[in-house]
Design a protein around this ligand. Structure first.
Ligand code: ADP
Length: 619
């Protein structure tokens, strides 16, 4: 077999063998049929020739019979024999005769039959016309008749020999064809056996290869020479092995990665069987955290690490239908008997043929404790806030009532002081009059103090509704109220564009009154006071400023002056109670704003406060 034929596929080879066999058998059949026909024709012709020879002999005899007595019966017998000979010769075919010489013999036989007929007719005619006829002529015709007959017999024998030769040749052909068919069939058989061997050997190699692959040998390649279907299959199986090897490699890597993640996880992890709840794998951290050994874990189920009262809930959860990924918080019992709070994250996985879940555990005991502490703290804080609020309210009420009630006796002290002064009249010396003046001043200051305290206690408790307020209007009103003070100090108050805000008009009026009042009060002795009120937008707020050119404030007092009763000057210098800026702070805080001061001693101070801008600002 050549390399080229090897590269044919099995299917092509089988098709070729079947086609070859078919061709041989069809060719054989045609040749044999043809040979059979030729043999049958030759046999026919031989039979015809043999009968013709008989007819010729017969007619020769009937010629002699006729000549012996010119008997009509002999004449009729001759004619009958001649007719039969004619019939035989008519059926005789010249076609099987292959050479021109052979065909000449055939034609001569037929011609001689005709000549025989005319010679005999001349014999009969001679006899009928001339009685017994001339013997000489008769003799000649007779000899001619007999000679022609002998020639015909010789020709007939030749034809018979020719046909016998045909038969012999056809027999040879038949034998040859038969041998040829047997040889070709044998060759085809051998060919098919070779193909079969190839199939069996290839199948054997492929079976071994399959066993190797089954044994996870993906490295040894299948080596099959040639270019048929088995080679293709081997190539495909090699590719498949390579792919499976790659896949296994990746699987192994991912398994190793998983193991690494599982083992090195900083959190406890385990895998448990969903049906038996037995631990299938436990990581290092879980062993450390729970205190059980690997063997102890192996002997336990999930139930064993739960407090007894939690087990029914556990069973309900783990045996509930179709659980996917799940999270939850549980309590676990560790080896030393302590109960810990844990957050669980579990995911279903297939593990060594088990329906299992992989679980990540986070100890949240501390967090839970902190949450509980926080909740307790919040509760306490809320209670304290409530207490503080009611204490504040009580204090407010107390201040309000006390201030109110204090003013009565104070008025009485003042009135009696006046009466006493009148009563003593001239009896009072200068010193006595000075003491009286101090006492009156003290009573007045106390009244002022009580009024300021009363006002402080009322801030934030006004019944007045919060509303849209034109700050310019409010400021102008405050300035108008301070008209006499401004005139007396020969000062000036400038009000720039001020916005509308949402707030309590009375409280805001009080705020401007206090700030402008202070600006005038703490004026410089060197020049007339000038106060400027302005506003600027800053994001969601308005920043309002009240600036003066007064005595200023040292930076260390910027915070302090907003405290209650905080004053930087004695009564001898400036009148006041130290409550005005505390009131301002309370008002601004009630309006969700901030208040602060910026100042340079000797140059003046600017008080700033913010108010939420826009309708949406909550007050
Ligand atoms: P008082 O009744 O004393 O004015 P305030 O609370 O209004 O009380 O002010 C507290 C202190 O802040 C004042 O005693 C004063 O020393 C200082 N102060 C307030 N406003 C000004 C100002 N515009 N210029 C300088 N000092 C001021």
């Amino acid at each position: 077999m050549t390399r080229k034929s090897l590269s044919l596929t099995i299917r092509q080879r089988l098709h070729l063998a079947v086609a070859l066999l078919g061709l041989v058998w069809v060719g054989n059949t045609i040749v044999l049929a043809h040979s059979y026909l030729r043999t049958a024709n030759a046999l026919d012709d031989i039979r015809m020739v043999e009968q013709s020879i008989g007819n010729i002999f017969e007619s020769s005899l009937f010629v002699r019979d006729y000549l012996a007595g010119y008997d009509d019966r002999a004449m009729l017998q001759w004619r009958e024999a001649h007719r039969r000979l004619g019939q035989n010769l008519d059926r005789f075919r010249l076609s099987p005769l292959e050479t021109e010489g052979e065909r000449l013999i055939g034609r001569r036989l037929i011609d001689n039959h005709v000549i025989l007929g005319s010679l005999f007719d001349r014999l009969v005619a001679g006899h009928r016309s001339g009685g017994r006829g001339s013997d000489e002529a008769e003799k000649l015709i007779e000899q001619s008749l007999l000679m022609r007959a002998s020639i015909m017999i010789a020709d007939a024998y030749k034809l018979s020999a020719i046909n016998n030769a045909v038969i012999a040749r056809e027999r040879q052909t038949f034998v040859l064809m038969l041998v040829g068919a047997v040889v070709v069939s044998a060759l085809v058989g051998l060919f098919i056996m070779a193909v079969n061997r190839r199939i069996l050997s290839s199948l054997g190699i492929l079976r071994q290869a399959s066993e190797r692959i089954g044994g996870q040998d993906f490295v040894t390649p299948i080596t099959l020479a040639g270019g048929d279907e088995f080679t293709e299959l081997a190539r495909a199986m090699n590719a498949m092995s390579a792919e499976v090897a790659r896949f296994y490699g990746e699987l192994r890597e991912s398994e190793e990665r998983y193991l690494l993640l599982f083992e090195r996880s900083p959190q406890p992890m385990w895998v448990y069987d969903e049906h038996s709840l037995k631990f299938l794998a436990v990581n290092h951290r879980a062993i450390e955290h729970y205190g059980f050994t690997h063997d102890e874990f192996d002997a336990m189920t999930l139930q064993d690490i739960r407090p007894a009262e939690d087990v029914p809930a556990l069973l309900r959860t783990v045996f509930s239908a179709e659980r996917g990924e799940s999270v939850g918080e549980w309590r676990h019992r560790i080896k030393n008997g302590a109960i810990i709070d844990v957050a669980i994250h579990s995911v279903p996985i297939a593990y060594g043929g088990h329906h299992a879940r992989i679980v990540l555990i986070q100890d949240i005991t501390e967090r839970k404790r902190a949450e509980a502490d926080l909740a307790e703290g919040a509760r306490l804080l809320e209670a304290q806030a409530r207490q503080l609020k009611s204490a504040n309210e009580e204090l407010g009420q107390f201040v309000s009532v006390a201030s109110h009630d204090l003013r009565g006796p104070l008025r009485m002290v003042t009135s009696y002081m006046k009466l006493l002064e009148q009563h003593l009249g001239d009896g009072l010396d200068d010193e006595g009059r000075e003491f009286m003046g101090f006492a009156r001043d003290g009573a007045k200051r106390m009244d002022r103090l009580i009024l300021d305290l009363l006002e402080y206690s009322r801030i934030g408790h006004t019944i007045e509704e919060s509303q849209s307020v034109d700050l310019a209007e409010i400021a102008a009103q405050a300035v108008a109220d301070l008209h006499f003070v401004i005139a007396e100090a020969q000062g000036r108050v400038d009000i720039a564009d001020l916005p509308r805000v949402f707030g309590h008009p009375n409280e805001l009026g009080r705020l401007f009154h206090n700030l402008v009042g202070n600006a005038l009060k703490y004026r410089s002795a060197d020049h007339a006071p000038v106060v400027k009120i302005a506003a600027a937008r800053n994001g969601r707020d308005w920043i309002v400023s009240v600036a003066d050119n007064g005595i200023g404030i040292a930076p260390e007092y910027f915070e302090k002056i907003f405290g209650m009763f905080q004053r930087l000057h004695g009564h001898g210098q400036y009148e006041g109670t130290g409550i005005g800026l505390a009131n301002c702070k309370k008002i601004i805080e009630h309006h969700d704003g901030r208040i602060w001061v910026d100042s340079r001693p000797g140059e003046g101070s600017t008080f700033f406060f913010t108010l939420p801008a826009g309708q949406d600002a909550a007050l």
